[in-house]
Design a protein around this ligand. Structure first.
Ligand SMILES: C[S@@+](CC[C@H](N)C(=O)[O-])C[C@H]1O[C@@H](n2cnc3c(N)ncnc32)[C@H](O)[C@@H]1O
Length: 222
């Protein structure tokens, strides 16, 4: 049963989220981390996000079949990490909120959850290289996402990004050009996410025969 305290916390988080537009999160990581005083501050325990997690897994399985090492940026409480773990790769995750990281560690004990900023990912992983790096719903909170994206491209063979469509505009130009491909949108009800994949080398087949748009997802609901 929800106590008065929990209700008060939830209300505070809802007001805080409503009052903070994505651009205003930029660099204000203390405020972002404070959201995790309550469990599931982003409200990810719902059918639409579960569908997004499944479709993101399908995207990764398509572009990085048999991946044995996976790096996740902005893992939060590990809700998506739990799905990523089903792919069978060894998971390293980076999350800025220490409270979230503690919950992620108990949710996915086999994953290595590092507390830190995406901007510092190379130092955090200490020179390791990954088959695939995943950045879902996180890049729009960085004041300057370009260096972090470039770092992911240096340390991973593939980079998979999903962005909530309405917040994608600022990031989209950075996810274009050599090696990038737009994937089929992930849709659930009225929610849409844009997916993109960067590959250091062609995926599965010669690049000349690769489709412009990778179809992995599809539509669920209306
Ligand atoms: C909207 S949640 C998304 C969680 C999960 N990736 C998903 O897609 O469901 C964004 C997460 O990214 C984290 N985050 C934001 N900026 C970050 C940064 N610069 N470095 C690491 N994590 C960050 C937040 O604390 C939060 O847990």
């Amino acid at each position: 049963m929800m106590t008065l305290g929990t209700l008060r916390d939830r209300l505070r988080v809802a007001l805080s989220r409503a009052g903070l537009r994505p651009g205003e999160y930029s660099g204000n990581y203390d405020r972002l981390a404070r959201l995790y005083r309550c469990p599931d501050p982003w409200g990810l325990d719902n059918d639409a996000d579960r569908w997004r997690f499944e479709q993101t897994n399908a995207m990764i399985a398509e572009v990085a079949p048999g991946a044995t090492s996976l790096l996740e940026i902005g893992a939060g409480e590990g809700m998506q990490t739990q799905y990523l773990a089903q792919l069978g790769a060894r998971i390293t995750a980076v999350e800025i909120s220490a409270d979230a990281a503690v919950r992620a560690r108990s949710r996915v004990p086999d994953a290595s959850i590092l507390i830190g900023r995406a901007e510092d990912v190379e130092a955090l992983v200490g020179g390791r290289h990954f088959d695939v790096a995943v950045a879902c719903e996180v890049l729009y909170y960085l004041p300057d996402p370009a260096p972090a994206i470039a770092a992911l491209q240096r340390i991973a063979e593939r980079v998979v990004v999903t962005n909530y469509a309405r917040l994608d505009r600022r990031i989209a130009p950075l996810l274009d050009g050599a090696g990038w491909r737009r994937c089929e949108d992930i849709r659930h009800g009225r929610s849409t996410w844009h997916g993109r994949v960067w590959s250091a080398s062609p995926v599965g087949r010669p690049s000349s025969s690769a489709p412009d748009r990778l179809v992995v997802g599809g539509r669920f609901g209306k």
